[in-house]
Design a binder for this molecule. Structure first.
Ligand code: AMP
Length: 113
């Protein structure tokens, strides 16, 4: 059994509120939402972060972004959303299986804190 939390969610071993699933990616609601819509999109295949994903599986990086856009659409965000890849503990990455945060449904400040 994998020790990676998001691999276990992808395999269905840990329950999640899944909003999209296909052969390559799974999208599920964040347990600690930071906006009215806060969905995480992950590749089923394990990669630690977006740098590794882009280097080793660029086709999956593209599918991940396509899925994020599809989630934004299905959540009614009307192309008004923020897509975040925290990359490295210093900037807030806490789960080391690459995930895109799809955030929307409220106004956002810039720069991010
Ligand atoms: P990051 O800090 O960028 O690595 O994001 C990890 C995200 O995963 C955080 O926003 C957490 O709230 C979220 N998270 C942690 N465990 C779960 C879980 N079991 N189901 C859904 N989201 C989770």
């Amino acid at each position: 059994m994998s020790s990676c939390l998001f691999c276990r969610i992808a395999e269905g071993e840990i329950p999640a509120d899944v909003v999209l699933r296909n052969n390559d990616v799974v999208a599920f609601r964040d347990v600690n939402p930071q906006a009215p819509v806060h969905v995480l999109v992950i590749p089923i295949e394990h990669h630690a972060n977006v740098t590794e994903l882009s280097a080793k599986a660029p086709h999956l990086a593209s599918k991940l972004i396509d899925a994020a856009a599809a989630v934004a659409r299905s959540e009614g965000l009307d192309d008004q959303y923020r897509l975040v890849f925290n990359t490295g503990a210093d900037v807030g990455q806490s789960v080391f299986h690459v995930h895109a945060h799809v955030l929307g449904g409220r106004d956002f400040a810039w720069p991010p804190g």
